[in-house]
Ligand binder design. Structure first.
Ligand SMILES: CC(C)(COP(=O)(O)OP(=O)(O)OC[C@H]1O[C@@H](n2cnc3c(N)ncnc32)[C@H](O)[C@@H]1OP(=O)(O)O)[C@@H](O)C(=O)NCCC(=O)NCCS
Length: 197
């Protein structure tokens, strides 16, 4: 029985919750807070992002949640500033792919590393995920670094597989299995904010 994505606590200032229709302005503001930062890698944000586009995404979430769609708003200090979700899955094989973005002012703090770790753990615990995957354009170093920080293995490259901004990009695939996740060394565990000294 599909459930609406539950609230997940990431750390003392960050939590994940379902997107709501009334988030349109906040979603638009988060995307536009550094639009080139997101548009550089994500086709849906390229060109003119509008409040209507934000409303359409939220309406799609509203329609999709009852059928099992997984998309969370990343809320920092009570405001939605990014998104994480499961764009593709093969539940019969325990395979789940995660995708994410964060408004530029919130980058550089480890928020996405901790957020992705929270979702991976939830997918393993709740959906019996056996493999979790991340796919990033080859040049998208910050996204690939999230996967690498979490101990994912780079498994391969789909060569020139995504057309974006007039160029074919390689798509680099990372994955971690549930047993690797449980056994990953402490250096691959996300640090709490401040470094966890
Ligand atoms: C991909 C994206 C979410 C990564 O954001 P990010 O801020 O680099 O990732 P994190 O939140 O995990 O932060 C990591 C950074 O915080 C630093 N950091 C600070 N405290 C930290 C902590 N406690 N734990 C981990 N990292 C920490 C890291 O050193 C790293 O900084 P660096 O980039 O200077 O090396 C962001 O760049 C983005 O939204 N890009 C546009 C959309 C996109 O490309 N999405 C992915 C499509 S595949």
């Amino acid at each position: 029985m599909p459930t609406v994505p539950p609230i997940l606590i990431v750390d003392e200032s960050t939590r994940l919750r379902r997107w709501r229709l009334e988030d349109a302005q906040a979603l638009y503001d988060a995307v536009m807070s550094g639009q080139e930062h997101i548009a550089r890698w994500m086709s849906w944000a390229d060109g003119t992002y509008t409040l209507d586009a934000a409303r359409e995404f939220l309406a799609a979430c509203d329609r999709g949640y009852p059928t099992g769609q997984l998309d969370w708003a990343i809320e920092v200090d009570g405001a939605p500033v990014g998104s994480i979700g499961v764009p593709r899955s093969e539940p019969a094989h325990g395979e789940y792919e995660i995708g994410y973005w964060l408004a530029e002012p919130y980058t550089g703090r480890g928020i996405m590393t901790r957020t992705a770790a929270t979702v991976v753990q939830w997918l393993i615990d709740t959906k019996q995920a056996h493999r979790v995957q991340i796919a990033a354009l080859g040049g998208n170093r910050p996204s690939r670094a999230v996967a690498e920080r979490l101990g994912f293995t780079e498994e391969g490259t789909f060569r020139r597989a995504r057309y974006h901004r007039g160029t074919w990009h390689d798509l680099v695939w990372y994955a971690i299995t549930s047993d690797e996740w449980a056994a990953r060394p402490s250096f691959a565990r996300p640090l709490p904010p401040g470094g966890g000294a």
